[in-house]
Design a protein around this ligand. Sequence first.
Ligand SMILES: *Cc1c(COP(=O)(O)O)cnc(C)c1O
Length: 371
Amino acid sequence: MHSFNPPLRTLMGPGPSDIHPRVLSAMARPTIGHLDPAFVGMMDEVKEMLKYAFQTENALTMPISAPGSAGMEACFVNLVEPGDKVIVCINGVFGMRMQENVERFGGEAIIVSDEWGTAVTTSKVEAACKAHPDAKIVAFVHAETSTGAASDAKTICKIAQDHGCLTIVDAVTSLGGIELRVDEWGIDAIYSGTQKCMSCVPGLSPISFNERALDKVRNRATKVPSWFLDLNLVMGYWGAGAKRAYHHTAPVNTLYALHESLVMLTDEGLENAWARHATNHQQLKTGLEAMGIKFVVDEKDRLPQLNTIWVPEGVDEAAVRTTLLNDYNLEIGAGLGALAGKVWRIGLMGESSKREKVLFCLAALKEVLGK
Ligand SMILES: *Cc1c(COP(=O)(O)O)cnc(C)c1O
C-alpha cells in the first residue's frame, strides 16, 4: 500500500466543486480539542458568518456534522410529527427525497408535482394549501440540482405563511450561488451543504431554524426519533450560551475549512458572489449556444450554477464524459432519473465558477465533440 494521491481534476459537475488552496490548507492546521476555548471561539465565528450567508438573524444557525442529506433529515425528523400533513413539491430527485423523509417519520405527504426541468408552479402550491387547510408544512427545493431549475422561494414561502404552514427549504445548491434571504422571505427551516456554491469540502450541512420552527420542535408530543439529529440535544453543544456539553466529536479540521471558505465569502461579499455565478453562466451559455447546444430549462427558470444541456444527436453521452475526465482531467455531470443518458450537467459552483474554467470547459468540450 502507498499514500493516495488523487489526480488533479477540474470539478464542473453537480458537486463537489473545486476548492481554493486556502481552504485545503486550513484543513491541514493542527487538530485541537472540540471543547477547547480556541475552537469554541472559532465555532462562534462560523455561526456568525453562516447567518450572513443565509441572510438571517436566527440564533439557531449552525453546521450539522454530516453532508447535505443529514441537514435534510434534520429538518424533517425534528419538524414532522406522526400524522402531520406536509405539502411536498417535486420537480426532480431531491423533492422525491423530501417525500421519502416525510413518510419515514410518519407524516402524510401531499404531492405538488411539476415536470423535471421546470420550476415549482406556485399556483399549484396555493391550490394544495387551500385543498388541505390542515397541512402543517410546505417543503420544496430552491435549486433542483438534478435538473438545473430554480423555484420562486419568496413566493412559495409567502403562500405557505398565508395558510399557516411552516416551510422547509432545500438550499444545498442555492446557498452562495443565487439570491437567498431567509428572514426577508420568511423561511422557517433551511438546510444546505458545503461542497456546492460554498467552495468548501463535502461533509457539513449548514442549517437555520427560526423561532416558529423551534416552537414546533419544543412542543412535540413525541421525542424526535433520531438521537444524533435531535436539535434539542444539538443545541446544547452549538447553541447560544450553551455550556458546550459533549454531544458528539465535531469534525474539527473540516470546520476549519468551512471557517476559511466563509471568510473568503465574506471578503468577496455575498451579492458579488451571486453576481459572479450569473456572469459566468452567461459566458458558458454564449459558448455553448455557439456550438449549437441547447439548454433543458427555460431561460427564466435557469440556475446559473447548474447548467443542464441536451446531448447532441448521435453523440455517446458517457464516452464524452470519460474522455473529458481521462484526457482533460475535467469532470462534468451525467443526467439523473428521467434525464439519464440524455443530458450533461455542467456545474459552475463556488470556486468552479471562474471565467478561466468556463473557457477551459468550452474548449475541451468543443475539441471532444469535434472528434
Ligand atoms: C447535493 C444535494 C443534496 C444532498 O447533499 P449531500 O451533501 O450530497 O448529502 C440535497 N439537495 C440538493 C438540492 C443537492 O444538490
